[in-house]
Write a protein that binds this ligand. Structure first.
Ligand code: FAD
Length: 469
């Protein structure tokens, strides 16, 4: 009997496995795909190194840094070019630098004078305790301009979401916390040493050979505990344990286990919903997902230098919402990590679609590449979209879970289900944060719950055995 069977070998399942391994708990991971890593995927195409999913994490990523140390791969870390700190917003037909100092903020054209004044007025706005959308929260505290010109583009880069639906409490828990504690968020930022220090010296990281290094190294460590290509996974409940059947190389295999950890995207959980009461099943399976297409394109450095009025020494740009545009933002990949392209080329990674452009999934890869080239060249003043060569397109149909209004109570229900001691546990990016780091952190928290459950179960099994004797 296994202690835990983990279903899914994305970073949630892999990092949970690694944590169980460190705690000497017996487990098995089952993954239907022929590779581990889930959304984390790095592809070498000719002279280019391309990220299909996540491309960076920052220096505040404590859980990733701990894993890097445990896996002994510190020498493979790659810090972003320090000049890549500069970021841009695409608005009204042009790229505008995001201000990073007070002086730049006073001078920026991204906000009107009235928009800037709203930030001062924020100090005097009363606090609100109820759950509200990002739109209501931002407009109430900072005004419409901040919402349109900063918050919507910023959330394009993280959730690819809809500010009219996303829950401010779930998406901005720290800002909501400052409001509760200090009444004013701006005042709270100045008063809270923790918040001030979190803005200092933030560095972006990847690995020299791309993000897949992280998942690959965990996979290699746990290789004999992971079965890839595990098809037709079926789980049934016996008296106080689980029976898991699946096909591997056309053979049916079965395991018994004290507990199951689902490390799957929430929308796929409907397959296993028969295992838990209906009211809980809907909380998990109804979490909305937004689609994103990753489009990687390259061009000659000289082309960009001739057309583009700004230097590409920066991270890239995020877009404000404009009718008919589908581009969420573009990372200037070769500026951030120069080893990703030959020195005479520019490599651009763009993201299109999102919760407000769900129909992107109806379009062919060629159509998506063309619309991206058009919008990227418009944004960067490249005279002809044909100058962008498409290297890679990947449509992630269910890319990012949306923390919409009600998210916190949905998560509470999922926690309640785990507390019922059925031996069913859940991890993934749909719970407490969507970044890789938050996903790893979530898996660590859930492993703590599993440990408590196993303590109870094993004690019970020992007592039952004593009774039999
Ligand atoms: C385009 C994109 C860009 C991103 N950029 C960043 C970034 O720069 N930085 C960052 O920190 N985060 C980023 N993220 C978010 C981050 O990549 C994810 O949140 C994280 O990788 C999710 O890990 P996961 O294990 O929860 O899910 P997944 O990676 O989706 O893994 C789920 C696993 O479950 C398996 N599975 C699916 N269905 C079933 C089933 N029915 N039965 C069994 N197994 C199944 C899958 O094959 C997969 O292996 C990005 C995400 C995307 C999509």
């Amino acid at each position: 009997m296994k202690d835990v069977i983990i279903i899914g070998a994305g970073i949630a399942g892999l990092s949970a496995g690694f944590e169980l391994y460190k705690n000497n708990i017996d487990f098995q991971i089952l993954e239907p795909a022929n590779r581990a890593g889930g959304s984390i995927k790095t592809v070498k195409i000719g002279d280019y190194l391309v990220e299909s999913g996540p491309s960076t994490f920052n220096s505040l990523s404590k859980e990733i840094m701990e894993l890097v140390k445990d896996l002994d791969i510190e020498d493979l870390l790659q810090a972003a070019n320090p000049q890549a700190k500069k970021r841009y917003i695409y608005r009204n037909g042009q790229l505008m630098p995001v201000p990073s100092t007070l002086k730049e903020f006073i001078k920026t054209d991204i906000l009107s004078r009235e928009g800037k004044m709203m930030l001062l007025e924020e100090l005097f706005i009363k606090k609100e305790n109820k759950e509200e959308t990002v739109q209501d929260f931002t407009e109430r505290r900072f005004g419409r301009e901040i919402l349109k010109n900063f918050i919507q583009p910023y959330l394009n880069g993280i959730f690819a979401g809809d500010v009219q639906k996303l829950s401010a409490n779930a998406v901005f828990p720290k800002l909501k916390g400052l409001e509760t504690k200090y009444r004013s968020i701006i005042g709270g930022m100045f008063l809270s040493p923790k918040v001030r220090s979190s803005f200092k010296g933030l560095t972006l990281y990847s690995f020299i050979h791309g993000m897949e290094t992280l998942s690959d190294k965990i996979y290699n460590k746990l290789k004999n505990k992971i079965i890839l290509d595990a098809k037709d996974i079926e789980i049934s409940r016996a008296k106080d344990f689980y029976i898991v059947n699946f096909k591997s190389n056309n053979k049916i295999i079965n395991y018994t286990a004290n507990s199951i950890l689902f490390a799957l995207p929430a929308h796929t959980m409907s397959e296993f919903a028969y295992l838990f009461p209906k009211s809980y099943a809907s909380e998990i399976t109804q979490i909305e997902y937004a689609p994103i297409a990753t489009v990687v394109q390259a061009t000659e450095k000289s082309t960009v230098e001739a057309c583009c009025s700004i230097s590409l020494e920066g991270f890239g740009f995020l877009c404000t919402k404009e009718p008919y545009r589908k581009l969420l933002g573009t990372v200037w990949t070769s500026s951030v990590f120069p080893n990703r392209a030959p020195s005479d080329k520019i490599l651009l990674t763009s993201y299109v679609g999102g919760a407000l452009n769900k129909k992107i999934t109806d379009q062919s890869e060629e159509e998506i590449a063309n619309l991206t080239a058009k919008e990227v060249s418009e944004s960067m003043q490249i005279s002809n979209p044909g100058l962008l060569e498409t290297i890679y397109v990947k449509v992630h149909t269910n890319a990012i879970p949306q923390y919409n209004l009600g998210h916190m109570s949905r998560v509470k229900k999922i926690e309640e289900l785990m507390d019922k001691n059925y031996g069913l546990f859940f991890t993934g990016n749909y719970l407490y944060g969507i970044s890789i780091n938050d996903t790893i952190k979530t898996s660590k928290l859930i492993v703590e719950r599993i440990k408590k459950f196993l303590d109870i179960t094993i004690k019970k099994q020992e007592n039952d055995q004593v009774k039999l004797l």
